[in-house]
Design a binder for this molecule. Sequence first.
Ligand code: PGA
Ligand code: ZN
Length: 421
Amino acid sequence: MPVIQHLHARQILDSRGNPTIEVDCVLDDGSFGRAAVPSGASTGSHEALELRDGNKVLYGGKSVLRAIQHVDGVIMKELVGKGVDDQRAVDQKLLALDGTSNKATLGANAILGVSMAVCRARAVSERKPLWRSLADQFGVEHPRQIPVPLMNVLNGGRHADSGLSFQECMIVPTGFDHFSDALRAGVETYHALRRILQKAGQVTAVGDEGGFAPRVSDAPHAFDFLLQAIADAGYRDRIRLAIDAAASEFYKDGSYTVDGRVIDRHALSDYYVDLTKRFPLVSIEDSHSEDDWEGFAELNKRTGSAVQCVGDDLYVTNVERIKKGLDLRSTDAVLIKLNQIGTVSETVDAVRLAQDSDWRAVISHRSGETEDTFIAHLAVALRAGQIKTGAPCRGERICKYNELLRIEEELGKEAVYMSPF
Ligand code: PGA
Ligand code: ZN
């Protein structure tokens, strides 16, 4: 088995024009792997630490030169000469070197860049596509399911200045037999939405994840636009709706300020339940604030299996927090973001725990992304069944969809597209 010969990190830019870290990994058999780390805006306070220099001169303090030094220095020193046949062993070395619970010494961005780049280099060495190499590495059999995309076509909250409290309104193409058809239907609906918004005199500039950000008064107003677009595109009953409320962003001192009203956790649950009755809403992410376990559990109980309740800031891809959620029945699904936890194998553990507990796992991008397509491969490798990677617009979102099209083609007749809704 080949060993790591060289690591190199560099500062590149993410989709918001902020610096992020990219890592190159070279093995002694000549195999080369490269990976880039994304960055969130509505970050959960329990996420692993993203190391930024805080030196106001460079990029307003957002440069990541210290994280880069860690890769080129202590991390390379530790990993050079070490085998890559076992990703868990590589990640364990990184965790031991860091020595903190939230990766504060080296930075989760430095650690994750290395962890992902090693996976890429190993796949090259094995002469396998990344999705198959990851599946084999983590013992997943029959990785042939292409995930259902949750496409964020209307942006609000922290991702846009639209007046909408919820951060994301998504369309979910459920009634299709192939990923490529589902994606096409999503794209056609997105284009129909643009026409509708133009007619309504709304701006059609896009937010951080490629969705439109029209001025809307509340969620029903946004959903009406979406349903009209779905109908115009000819996909009534075949495309459903999902939201990421990102409720931590509109929570303060025990109250939620949502769509112009200040309400408590129970009234907020009432609001969601009412929306599920009026609209084909199949998934609600971060319905409540990141430590409001009770609010989550109440909604999850009330919606039952009819609506998927997803925890993002609530769990931050952290196995310990997911275990607590399992105990409290806070949700029935978990959002998975590699950089919330900081290594590939810990991310896999989070997905496993969810799947073994009959929860669903949704593999997700961040609002600050790069052209890296790792999550497309990860979703297929782990048979996650769902992916969240924005609107079909902006290169850093499109590249994930395009990679899934390639994987679907590679799988040929074996490829499966199956909606959980
Ligand atoms: P973020 O948003 O990357 O800004 O955290 C994505 C999400 O909340 O799902
Ligand atoms: Zn979220």
